[in-house]
Design a protein around this ligand. Structure first.
Ligand SMILES: [Zn+2]
Length: 410
């Protein structure tokens, strides 16, 4: 059994927008009310409230004149809130998450339908008052539809994230085949080496144009008086351009990861925490914008579906400073030095191409040592105390969004 989520754009009618607004409002109110109840219960008993404990409060609220409007909300939507709230509390108690927060009507709005949503042609059919909502469905919803989350972005667009279940599993993971090493960079987005040739993939060209536009709109919004209508309008425009920027980026990342996965069985790259930690602040800002995290996720689930493998290598690995020919390691390689010559063997290196070669070689070494269970057998690698263990990434649920990245509006 495997699960997969797909995000689709929704185009609700005016009437459906009203219904959704009502549902968002009810769900938000119930979350905040329930959270209050949890806090009170916690103060008196030291425990939170379970999902059923929360649900048992609903019938009385629906009868109460003050809160009878809750009846307009599809009841499973409210029950989903109860489930999510009790989980959020559980996660907090078990140290996995922060204390649940109250929800504001100014942020992204969302509701969940735990079941009974169907695809009908180019629409999603929801239970309750909402009914059939027109949708842009990029790929067939060919699994069993489970939970569907409907959200409204700050830009005013509506999306549904459709979680599906499949009976069949992905093909078994197999590492026989081409291995590619990838060095993620700032100047070029990625440099790959597949054992035969080095390829450079620059950041998408039109991205810079949108980023300029975004900065301009942000400046305009910042000049408006807080809380004013003009400010609200300008903020909405900013949100829209922000979506354009991330769409361009997502599209690029999807195409590049597809190409790499179609041509290779094993993909090796550096653990991303490495890069963030090792490098300086100015660069980190640039990094957060390049979408490395999303790229690794895309690679990861595309490989999983193809029966391929993603190998992440550790932070201690000096991918840039090692001569890929003789393994001589130089001490310093400032970031602005793009080419260098190995003092030991005289090979002239392009900085990034050399790093991709080293990453690939290290991945192959790791794969073979995983196979025999002797990761540190040759004793020459010393793991620093803070380094994360190299890991084979495999996850069962990944979001495939062709239009919106998960981080933005998911
Ligand atoms: Zn050398």
């Amino acid at each position: 059994m495997r699960r997969q989520a797909v995000k689709v754009r929704l185009y609700p009618t005016e009437e459906q927008i009203q219904i959704l607004a009502q549902h968002f409002g009810c769900a938000r109110w119930w979350w905040n009310y329930g959270l209050n109840k949890c806090i009170e219960t916690y103060q008196s008993t030291g425990k939170g409230l379970s999902q059923s404990g929360l649900n048992s409060l609903l019938p009385a609220l629906k009868k109460d004149k003050e809160t009878e409007w809750l009846r307009d909300c599809y009841s499973q939507v409210l029950q989903s809130v109860s489930l999510n709230l009790s989980r959020a509390y559980q996660n907090f108690f078990e140290g996995r998450a922060q204390y649940p927060k109250f929800k504001s009507r100014h942020h992204r709005q969302s509701i969940q339908y735990p079941q009974n949503v169907k695809q009908v042609g180019e629409s999603l059919k929801f239970p309750g008052f909402l009914g059939k909502v027109r949708a842009k469905i990029h790929r067939p919803l060919d699994g069993t539809i489970k939970t569907v989350t409907v959200s409204k972005c700050p830009s005013g667009k509506y999306y549904a994230s459709v979680l599906m279940e499949y009976e069949s599993d992905y093909p078994a993971c197999n590492t026989d085949g081409k291995v590619v090493g990838i060095d993620l960079g700032i100047k070029d987005f990625a440099i790959t080496y597949d054992g035969e040739k080095t390829s450079k993939y620059p950041n998408p060209k039109h991205l810079a144009k949108y980023e300029k536009k975004l900065a301009k709109k942000q400046r305009i919004a910042a000049r408006k008086v807080k809380g004013s209508n003009r400010r609200r309008k300008a903020t909405r425009i900013v949100a829209r351009v922000y979506e354009q920027v991330s769409n361009v980026r997502q599209d690029y990342l999807h195409k590049l990861s597809r190409k790499i996965v179609d041509n290779n069985q094993v993909v090796v790259l550096e653990n991303l925490n490495v890069k963030g930690m090792v490098r300086n602040h100015k660069e980190r800002d640039a990094i957060s914008d390049t979408g490395w995290g999303a790229f690794v996720n895309f690679l990861s689930y595309k490989l999983e579906r193809n029966g391929g493998k993603l190998v992440e290598i550790n932070r201690w690995f000096p991918s840039s400073k090692l001569c890929s020919n003789c393994h001589y390691q130089i001490n310093e390689l400032p970031l602005d030095v793009r080419t260098w010559t190995s003092p030991s063997c005289g090979t002239h290196h392009d900085r990034d191409g050399n790093a991709a070669m080293n990453i690939r070689a290290e991945g192959i070494r790791m794969l073979s040592s995983f196979g025999t269970g002797e990761a540190n057998a040759n004793g020459e690698e010393v793991r620093p105390i803070r380094g994360r263990k190299p890991k084979m990434r495999h996850s069962s649920v990944k979001l495939e969004a062709h239009t919106v990245p998960q981080g933005q509006c998911g």
